[in-house]
Design a protein around this ligand. Structure first.
Ligand code: NAD
Length: 349
């Protein structure tokens, strides 16, 4: 066995009601005027947060959008300058947290991230950005939030149609960590636990919005995010990246649909990972169990529903083999095209 293990420093404050500690956490970072970030549809939450912060708030910028468009970042940087902010509080899902990271990339301002979905980006050094429709991803410790507050109460308002796929997005980080090139005993342990917690809790989250289940799922999402941060991702993330970029599909929905198919692509090439995923899901076959979960938690049963044509699948396969990520099974065009065809029809993975 050979491996290198390294991790990223960030402070995690976890628990129901802990959002009340935000002022203390902001001050702990030496921030005196934080710009509060949010999305347009949750601007009220950002306003409430700024009110709760009182003099520690410099203002609110609630224009975050999926995949961090650079024009939004430019407006946010102008807001930082105009308000004299010396830190950010990002309250929201991966889109809002992405905006906080983009501000930190340009300014090095400290960030408190307060996730309200299960996407996991708050603990990663990655920033995905879009410019003129093209998505690029960079990796630097500069964008890693210094402090993360996980408060499961904040996810109570998350609609089941967002919560379920967002949770499967988190499971995808853990699944791919188990067959990653840099897999190591620690991240694999975290991945097992992330899959077990998320898969165990998410059905109750979407069915009854149970508070304990929400906490369990959020803890799983944190562990999955740490996996994503510490080992590289493979064909599943690559294909979601390609499909998301081509069709502007909702990030979490496409992860939710594709995960069983991408896992099936690697079924024979990563037997140990398959056994661990299956064990965490208390099932026989990992891709089949993931398909059951995806149908229970997601809105889409096939790729066709998202709107692509068969010709689009050819284009997606071409893009997926360009600059491929490491993958346990070599990435070949015919194999990828067959995986996409199965997802297109919603066939058994
Ligand atoms: P999102 O942040 O786009 O949120 C989805 C929708 O849900 C938004 O309209 C948002 O306002 C709403 N919402 C969020 N929390 C809510 C709540 N608690 N109650 C009600 N509504 C709520 O979705 P996401 O899936 O969390 O993030 C997707 C983005 O994150 C993508 O841009 C993706 O690329 C990025 N991402 C990045 C990383 C990374 O490591 N860099 C990891 C995962 C995801």
């Amino acid at each position: 066995m050979q491996f290198i293990y390294s991790t990223w420093p960030s402070r995690v404050v976890f628990g129901a009601g802990r959002v009340r500690d935000v002022g203390e956490e902001v001050t702990r970072l030496g921030v005196t005027r934080a710009l509060v970030l949010g999305t347009p549809s949750r601007a009220g939450d950002a306003e409430d947060m700024a009110s709760a912060l009182g003099d520690l708030a410099a203002g609110v910028f609630a224009e975050a959008r999926m995949h961090t468009p650079v024009e939004v970042t430019e407006r946010a940087l102008a807001a930082v300058r105009e308000t004299g902010a010396d830190g950010v509080v990002a309250l929201g899902g991966g889109s809002t947290i992405g905006l906080g990271k983009a501000i930190a990339f340009h300014t090095d301002l400290p960030q408190v991230a307060i996730p309200t979905t299960y996407a996991g980006s708050e603990v990663t050094p990655y920033l995905g950005q879009t410019e003129a429709g093209e998505k690029t991803t960079l990796k630097t410790p500069k964008v890693l939030p210094e402090t993360v507050i996980y408060d499961p109460d904040l996810l109570a308002a998350l609609p089941a149609t967002v919560a379920g796929p967002s949770g499967v997005n988190a499971i995808a980080h853990a699944v791919e960590a188990l067959y990653a090139e840099a897999a190591n005993p620690i991240t694999s342990l975290m991945a097992d636990e992330a899959i077990r917690r998320l898969a165990g809790a998410l059905p109750a989250v979407v069915e009854t919005n149970d508070a304990d289940a929400r906490a369990d799922a959020l803890c799983g999402a944190w562990l999955a995010g740490v996996c994503l941060a510490n080992v590289g991702m493979a064909i599943h993330h690559k294909i979601c990246h390609v499909l998301g970029g081509m069709f502007e599909l909702p990030h979490a929905d496409i992860h939710c649909l594709m995960l069983p198919y991408a896992t099936a692509y690697n079924r024979d090439a990563a037997p140990e990972a398959m056994a661990r995923i299956a064990a965490a899901l208390a099932a026989e076959d990992a891709p089949t169990a993931l398909r059951v979960l995806s149908l229970k938690l997601g809105r889409h049963t096939n790729l066709k529903d998202f709107g692509p044509t068969l010709a689009d699948l050819d284009r997606a396969a071409d893009l997926a083999i360009r600059k491929p990520y490491y993958n346990p099974r070599p990435v070949d065009r015919d194999g990828i095209r067959a995986m996409l065809a199965a997802a297109y029809e919603g066939a058994a993975p």
